[in-house]
Design a protein around this ligand. Sequence first.
Ligand code: SF4
Ligand code: SF4
Length: 397
Amino acid sequence: MKLEDYKDISARCSQCNFCQAACPVFRSKGSENWLARNRLNLIREVLIEKTMEPTPRFTEILETCLLCTGCTQSCSSMVPVDEIIIAARSRMAEYAGGVSSLKKKLFSGVIKNSSAMNLMVKAGAVAQKFGMAPGNLPQMSSKPFFSRRSGTLKPDGTAEARVAYYAGCGTNFFYPETGEAATDILLKMNTEVIIPEGLTCCGIPLLSEGDIEGAAEVFRKNIEILASIECDKILMECTSCIMMFMKKGPKLFAADDPVMEKVKAVNAKIENALTYIYQKKNSGINKKAQGSFTCHVPCHLNKSGKGPGTAEILQALTGAEYRELDEPESCCGAGGAYYMKDKELSETIREIKLKDIRKREASVLVTECPMCRYYISRGIPEMEVMHPLEFIKVSMI
Ligand code: SF4
Ligand code: SF4
């Protein structure tokens, strides 16, 4: 994912502007400055061709992007704009005014070390309880998922399949109930569930900061562990983790890096837990309609994937009434942790989503991304917001 690798690819941009409609920043700010093609043109001139000096305005344009992948997913020339922006952010760390190296070291040091992260989150949970921590993070769980479930979980009946379960940071530290729902449903379906030890963050937060090396380090560690597990499938439930494993992570290594064999073997087994459960839906299902729901589709969900979407799966598994948003796929403004950097922009983007949600008057909003879940629920505290697995758990257990 080095900037030089994207020299020819970035030149494929035909300036067609098809990506305009997909960009939440353009939609909120309404100016050409924020469009993917402008970002690409600037990155080429400043960092690749070096015909212009990097200025504070250039940094601002580079940083004011939620890495939602809307432009990449809608690009007529298949330019991976978000990856080029990440590579440019990484390069900017070398210039004054780029990502602070101290901040980068502290951030990546904690993320790369799962024990340090556990400790920090536990301390954060206590601090939040006593009002001593910033209020712009989800409530950290005093008992993370890995402290609740570990090792190999055996179903009551004879195991019909054996899966490994990767719980991302959002599930582990903020919403352990999502991991409990995933494992409870799988056990009910007579599936043996392995929760591998030593797994850490998927690396997406590091990539967003332009820390490509840090992301490669945690990704390699996770791949080594997952490749060593004997299982039929590797299940995940966070759309950003799935995107990291399937799309971004493999691009962090040279094609001849020995880890690539393991990456391919692991990725061949990865599946969205929701889709896996849906495909096996005949076992253990007991539909109990539970009112109405609406669905926010996270930006990082692979929308080109074949098969039914989240709402369709939930309808089939629960019998609940689905109230579709006008724009289920529009960004909620969270952008991972972007909402902490630019509160005003994120709130402007979120307001469009909230208006859409309020109109539906559904009992529950489901979404597969923990940060979307948190950010939307903060804007609409009166509504119940949960992961789809928690929604279907009621019907299947
Ligand atoms: S990644 Fe999202 S916010 Fe960034 S330029 Fe592309 S569409 Fe806009
Ligand atoms: S859709 Fe792709 S090719 Fe067209 S302007 Fe956007 S980035 Fe360039």
